[in-house]
Ligand binder design. Structure first.
Ligand SMILES: Cc1cc2nc3c(=O)[nH]c(=O)nc-3n(C[C@H](O)[C@H](O)[C@H](O)COP(=O)(O)OP(=O)(O)OC[C@H]3O[C@@H](n4cnc5c(N)ncnc54)[C@H](O)[C@@H]3O)c2cc1C
Length: 311
């Protein structure tokens, strides 16, 4: 049947992928199809523009178990491309699906185009030093990180088919124990404003400078890996970068962060990047929209005062 197919165990992420998938399907003249394991969410996908929604009905509550079902349906229906939300679970599933389909897997694509009759994807390589463009062949399986695309508009007058599919789940996967994650800091991936601290801060007590500025801005606090992993001043889930969290705030403001490539890989989707650093050659300034060269111990209190006076 061909088509542009979307799958995520997270309904919000699946809809974000539809924002990319709908125009792509239109360009190809093919349907946009969504696979979901939640029957109750199927009408939402139709309202967001899906021509067809496959509801995978299996006897497992664990999204991880559905890789065989996703792969089997894709093998049967032969979509042109299958886009999977790159959540932790989605990444795991995508690798299994691609292996079952004996096809290639593009991970963490941030741009998808239809050019010269082919689907091209872009993804970041070498910690952000290069962009790799790939052309899909066969059933191209591609993962896309959450929040790469905005949510689509909904129109409840749209129509689409909802098809229930008997899904064979992976019975070799057994969940023995479930431990909820205890989050120590704020969820910085959802923050609209972020103040990010780096090793420019001389001692832990100086964190209060960042906290006061963040309070004035209504911002959450993030940090570099060094602050979390080496100094242990903030929890690990608040460090930003290639091996940390990828953030997408409206405002990212760094204090004493040099801006090494592994850090910048996590902030490049921020809308406005402001950097304060005493070294005018610090790489963070190449990524920043606004830069202040100077001593953070002088600048941050002035900035905090100015922000307070604005309110
Ligand atoms: C495989 C790998 C993965 C990595 N992943 C990540 C990651 O995900 N996230 C991450 O953050 N890092 C990551 N790193 C580490 C990264 O390479 C850097 O070492 C780290 O980001 C540096 O942190 P920093 O900017 O706090 O410190 P530094 O690089 O030491 O920078 C401190 C900055 O503070 C400035 N400064 C000093 N005093 C003042 C002052 N008084 N006023 C103003 N400015 C001042 C300095 O000029 C300097 O620019 C990774 C490294 C590797 C090898």
């Amino acid at each position: 049947m061909a088509g542009i197919w979307i799958y995520s165990e997270d309904t919000v992420v699946a809809q974000q992928l539809m924002t990319m998938g709908r125009p792509l399907a239109d360009q190809l003249g093919q349907p946009l199809c969504v696979m979901t394991i939640y029957e109750q969410d199927a009408p939402e996908f139709v309202a967001a523009g899906a021509n067809k929604v496959f509801v995978l009905k299996g006897n497992s509550a664990w999204p991880e178990s559905y890789a065989p079902a996703v792969a089997a349906l894709a093998a049967k229906e032969s979509p042109t491309a299958l886009f999977i939300g790159a959540t932790l679970r989605g990444k795991d599933l995508a690798a299994k699906v691609a292996a079952r389909l004996k096809t290639g897997l593009v991970t963490d694509a941030f741009a998808i185009r239809f050019e010269n009759g082919e689907i091209e994807t872009d993804r970041v390589m070498y910690g952000g030093l290069a962009i790799c463009t790939e052309i899909l062949q066969g059933i191209g399986v591609v993962t896309i990180p959450p929040r790469t695309f905005e949510m689509p508009n909904k129109d409840t007058s749209l129509t689409g088919d909802i098809v229930l599919v008997d899904a064979g789940v992976d019975s070799t996967m057994v969940v023995g124990n479930v431990c909820p994650i205890v989050r120590l800091g704020a969820d910085i991936t959802k923050a609209e404003r972020l103040v990010c601290v780096g090793r420019g801060l001389g001692k832990q007590e100086d964190m209060k400078l960042a906290q006061e500025l963040a309070a004035g801005l209504g911002a959450e606090i993030g940090c570099t890996r060094s602050i979390a992993e080496d100094y242990h001043w903030l929890p690990n889930e608040t460090y930003i970068g290639l091996s940390g969290q990828k953030v997408k705030p409206v405002l990212y403001l760094s204090i004493g962060v040099s801006g090494q490539v592994q850090h910048v890989a996590g902030i490049r989707d921020s809308k406005i990047i402001v950097a304060i650093d005493s070294n005018e050659n610090a790489p963070i300034f190449a990524a920043a929209d606004y830069g202040i060269v100077g001593d953070l111990y002088q600048i941050v209190p002035l900035l905090t005062e100015a922000v307070k006076n604005q309110r």
